[in-house]
Structure formats: structure tokens, C-alpha cells
Design a protein around this ligand. Structure first.
Ligand SMILES: Cc1cc2nc3c(=O)[nH]c(=O)nc-3n(C[C@H](O)[C@H](O)[C@H](O)COP(=O)(O)OP(=O)(O)OC[C@H]3O[C@@H](n4cnc5c(N)ncnc54)[C@H](O)[C@@H]3O)c2cc1C
Ligand SMILES: NC(=O)c1ccc[n+]([C@@H]2O[C@H](COP(=O)([O-])OP(=O)(O)OC[C@H]3O[C@@H](n4cnc5c(N)ncnc54)[C@H](O)[C@@H]3O)[C@@H](O)[C@H]2O)c1
Length: 468
């Protein structure tokens, strides 16, 4: 039986970062991946496919130019599912190629197969041809990620009633679509298809959406969705979902309303992929959503040489944070020094329009009883916004009145997921409102919105009274 310093189960963002980190520290590392190719959910069914689809949809629909040329403007008149898939396959190939090369040059070994525990330090790997291999690890990292939640009552068929994995395989673009679940996945896909002129209805039993985002930003976002005729049925439950003889799908809401559409996307959360790991043999147990609990500083489970990182440990379930968790877990596992993750990380929602946020929301600042001031800038106030034909986009900064420090940055609009990093840097470096007032920004840029929002807050906060 071959023995490794670190065995990583899963080759998504957490697994790949962990494997490369341990290999860079001279350790013997094995990655076990059950999928056809390495990369995980992130590369094959999650982050990269959905963002590629978004980019293709925005490019082919001419979405970004419609501010100038009107809502009827199109770059390509008839956009097909094949148009969307073509770019997807090229992007995914590049991603996998880069990852395989990284593994090869760092001497990370990988094996294709399904891993499960035999003892706390031994895993069996079932290969595709049925062969079983056993391996032993001084440390083991579970970076197995999640899979879509697929309740029995939903008549999934991969064509009319789909989960977010099935959506990447559709043969025809729907003219109408119901999305159940106004979480990040539901909202991203709902708005991407709406940009392709699919009539989209979004349903969620909760009466609010994106509760972790600043309310003012969500209100602006919801206004923009309704303005382009998307239907939002929040606080309403789908009582009955039925496939109809004509190939459509009907959704009966608890309000009595019936919605018939070409396609239904069910995006109501995900489950940790721990059910086949035989956790009991390792002395571990998952929660009711298949997640594992860990020490948030070391990513150790209750069995000290077994680590877990990425989506399988729950919130925030991002590719970005998963990578960092994997890196930290690997360092702890091989005895290297590891700092805990930075306090403020950005959250990017690649809806149309984008939302991005870092730090405290206005609601959180109020709850904590911190005296604060807000500064707001609209993209239509910036010259870059005029050049780009933007009539929407909002950047909001929140500052402490006492320390004048930036507490939160919240953005909805074009480029939000890139722009947020300026705010993130100021936040983590403990910068104040003066940073935005006293620094010169490139002109014309959307980043100038930081200057405008900084000045907006500073005008009400007054001059600095003492040096901090
Ligand atoms: C539609 C969608 C869009 C998303 N968009 C974004 C985004 O824009 N930005 C962002 O930051 N995050 C996004 N995410 C979240 C992101 O994809 C996840 O946070 C990330 O993939 C989690 O990484 P991970 O390392 O935990 O594992 P995953 O990427 O989930 O990969 C886990 C891997 O483990 C393998 N595995 C599982 N069990 C076993 C086993 N027993 N044996 C061997 N292999 C096993 C699986 O086959 C899989 O390849 C999105 C997710 C989805 C679904
Ligand atoms: N841009 C990004 O960073 C990005 C993009 C996509 C996904 N993700 C990650 O993927 C994870 C999963 O996303 P998600 O949107 O599937 O889950 P989620 O948990 O964020 O949202 C699920 C939504 O479905 C609703 N819901 C729950 N059970 C339901 C039921 N039985 N019937 C109808 N509605 C129900 C909930 O009220 C909630 O609004 C998230 O944690 C997110 O962090 C991140």
C-alpha cells in the first residue's frame, strides 16, 4: 500500500490549492478525483461554466450596448444553445489543461476513482473498471464539495425540469423559464437567461432575497429586474410542479397562481458530497445537509489528521474562499505556519447586473450600534459611465463616524466584482474616508465612483478633528 504525506479527495478549488501547497513544501501528495477530468464543480458545472455562459450571453445579445442602441439591439439575432456551449467547451479545456500542467510540474500525483474510508488513515479507491486500490495518508483532506439538492417531489428529467448541472446541457434556449430558489445560483441563471430575452419568473418561499447583501443594493437590483419585466414571486411556495403533455411545465403556487413555462430550473441549495465516503470508518459524521464541521482556523475535523475545506464545510461556499481554506489546511497538515483567513473577503454575484460586497452591511452596522455615515455614487454620474452608456449602477461606502474607517463597500452594476477589490484593500488595511478624498483616481473610470462616494460621505462627516 502506497503511503502519502497528504491525500486530497476532490480536485476543486480547495483540493487543488491544498495539493499544490503541500507539494511546494516538498511533500508526497495524491489527489483522488472521481470525475472524468480534474477541476471539480468549479470548473465543470459551477463557477467557470456559469460565468462563461454569462459572458457569452452578454456578448452575443449585445447587452452592454443596449444603453445606446435600445433594448431591441442584438449582436446575433438568433442565439442558440450551441452558441453558448461552443465557448464553454473551449474555456473548460483551457482550465483543465492549466490545472493538469500545475499538478504535473509540482509532482502532484492524481488518480481517477471514488474514494471512501476503510480506516481513519486508509482510503479505498474504486476505479472506473472496478479495480480497488488502497492508499494510506499521514493527513487526509476532504475537499469533496457539494451536489445539487434534488428532492424526490421534483420531477427532474434533465430537459424540462432541471438542476444547475443539467442546465449546461440544454439543446434549445427556452422562451420562458421558471426558477425555483432565489439564492445565488437561481438569481445568476435567472438574470442571464433574462438577458437572452427568455421570460423569467423567479420563485422563493422566503419573502426576501440575498439577505447577506446590503438592503439598498438588493432593492436597486430588484428594481432593475422588474424594470426589464422579470417576474419575482417572493414569499410564495411552489405547491405542485407538473409536466404537461405539450412538453411544458406547470407550477402551482400556494397563492393559487399557476405559471406555465418551457423550462423549470430548481436551484434550492446544495448538499455536501459526503454520503459515499463511509465517514463512520473514520469516526466522522456529517450534518443533515452532508456538511462537516471543522476548526475555522486549522480546518481540522474532530479527527485531527483529517481535514475538510471548501463547500463541504458550508458558508461561504465560494471558489475563492475554498482555495484559501485548502491552502491553510495543507499548511497545517504538513506542519507549516498558517495564518487564519483575512477577516474581510469579497462576495461576487455574477448576476446581470453584477453585485459585489465586502465588509459590513448598513443593517449589520446598525445592529452593532456603530455610529456611521454612508457615501453613495451612481455610475451615471461618472464620465466612464456616460461613455459606456450606463444608466444604472450604484456604489455605496459605509464609514465609522468615530474612527472614520471604511466598514463596508457594496456595489451593484457593471464591473462590480472587479471594482470591489479597491474597497477590500482599504478595509483590510484599515483605511479611512480620507483615502478616497485625498487620492487621485484614473479618469475616466468606474473606479472614480469611489472618489464620488467618498466625497459624498466626507461632506457630511466634516473635516478630520484629530489624527487617528
Ligand atoms: C452554478 C454555480 C456557480 C458558482 N459560481 C461561483 C462564482 O461565481 N464564484 C465563486 O467563488 N464560487 C461560485 N460557485 C461556488 C464554487 O463552485 C464552489 O465554492 C467551489 O467549487 C467549491 O470548491 P471545492 O473545492 O469545495 O469542491 P468542488 O469544486 O465542489 O469539487 C469537489 C470535487 O470532489 C470530487 N469528489 C467528491 N466526492 C468524491 C469522492 N468520494 N472521491 C473522489 N472524488 C470526489 C467531485 O467529483 C468534485 O470534482 C458556484 C457554484 C455553482 C454550483
Ligand atoms: N457568484 C457566486 O459566488 C456563487 C454563484 C453561485 C453559487 N454560489 C454558491 O453556491 C451555493 C449554493 O447556491 P444556491 O443558490 O443553490 O443556494 P442558496 O442556499 O444560496 O439558496 C437557495 C434558495 O432556495 C430557497 N429554497 C430552499 N429550499 C427550498 C425549497 N425546498 N423549495 C423552494 N425554494 C427553496 C431558499 O429560500 C434560498 O433562497 C451558495 O452557498 C453560494 O455561495 C456562489
Amino acid at each position: 500500500m502506497i503511503k502519502y504525506d497528504l491525500i486530497v479527495v476532490g480536485s476543486g478549488p480547495a483540493g487543488r490549492r491544498a495539493a499544490i501547497q503541500a507539494a511546494k513544501l516538498g511533500k508526497k501528495v495524491l489527489v483522488i478525483e472521481q470525475g472524468k477530468r480534474v477541476g471539480g464543480v468549479s470548473v465543470h458545472t459551477g463557477t467557470i461554466p456559469s460565468k462563461t455562459l454569462r459572458e457569452t450571453a452578454l456578448n452575443l445579445s449585445g447587452w452592454r450596448e443596449r444603453g445606446f442602441y435600445g433594448r431591441a439591439y442584438r449582436v446575433k439575432q438568433e442565439i442558440s444553445a450551441e452558441d453558448l456551449r461552443r465557448r464553454l467547451l473551449i474555456t473548460l479545456d483551457h482550465e483543465v489543461e492549466v490545472l493538469e500542467h500545475q499538478f504535473a510540474r509540482n509532482r502532484v500525483q492524481s488518480i481517477r476513482g471514488k474514494a471512501k474510508f476503510v480506516t481513519p488513515d486508509t482510503l479505498s479507491i474504486e476505479k472506473d473498471d472496478g479495480e480497488i486500490v488502497h492508499v494510506v495518508g499521514t493527513s487526509i483532506l476532504l475537499a469533496v464539495g457539494t451536489k445539487p439538492f434534488r428532492p424526490d417531489y421534483m420531477p427532474f428529467d434533465g430537459k424540462t425540469v432541471l438542476d444547475s448541472d443539467d442546465l449546461l446541457e440544454i439543446e434549445e434556449l427556452p422562451r420562458s423559464m421558471v426558477v425555483i430558489g432565489a439564492g445565488v445560483i437561481g438569481i445568476e441563471y435567472a438574470t442571464i437567461f433574462s438577458a437572452l430575452d427568455t421570460q423569467v419568473t423567479l420563485i422563493d418561499p422566503k419573502s426576501t432575497m440575498l439577505d447577506f447583501i446590503d438592503k439598498e443594493i438588493v432593492e436597486d437590483f430588484a428594481y432593475q429586474l422588474r424594470d426589464r419585466n422579470m417576474k419575482l414571486h417572493l414569499g410564495q411556495k411552489a405547491d405542485k410542479v407538473e409536466k404537461l403533455p405539450d412538453g411544458k411545465v406547470s407550477v402551482l403556487l400556494d397563492s393559487g397562481r399557476r405559471i406555465v413555462s418551457d423550462m423549470l430550473l430548481f436551484a434550492a441549495g446544495r448538499m455536501g458530497a459526503t454520503d459515499t465516503l463511509n465517514l463512520a470508518a473514520a469516526g466522522l459524521e456529517a450534518d443533515n445537509r452532508g456538511r462537516l464541521s471543522v476548526n475555522p482556523e486549522t480546518f481540522q475535523t474532530s479527527v485531527p489528521h483529517i481535514f475538510a475545506a471548501g463547500d463541504v464545510v458550508g458558508f461561504p461556499s465560494l471558489a475563492s474562499t475554498s482555495m484559501e481554506q485548502g491552502r491553510i489546511a495543507a499548511r497545517v497538515a504538513v506542519g507549516a505556519i498558517a495564518k487564519e483567513p483575512q477577516k474581510y473577503f469579497p462576495y461576487g454575484i455574477y448576476a446581470v447586473p453584477e453585485i459585489s460586497t465586502c465588509g459590513l452591511t448598513e443593517e449589520e452596522v446598525k445592529q452593532r450600534g456603530i455610529g456611521y455615515e454612508c457615501g453613495v455614487a451612481r455610475f451615471r454620474e461618472t464620465s466612464r459611465g456616460h461613455i459606456m452608456g450606463l444608466d444604472s449602477g450604484l456604489l455605496k461606502l459605509i464609514f465609522s463616524l468615530k474612527t472614520r474607517r471604511l466598514l463596508g463597500v457594496h456595489i451593484v452594476g457593471e464591473g462590480a466584482t472587479e471594482l470591489v477589490h479597491i474597497g477590500q484593500a482599504v478595509l483590510n488595511l484599515k483605511g479611512t474616508v480620507e483615502y478616497f478624498v485625498e487620492n487621485t483616481f484614473n479618469y475616466p473610470t468606474l473606479a472614480e465612483a469611489y472618489k464620488i462616494a467618498g466625497l459624498d460621505a466626507w461632506n457630511r462627516m466634516g473635516e478630520i478633528k484629530h489624527e487617528e
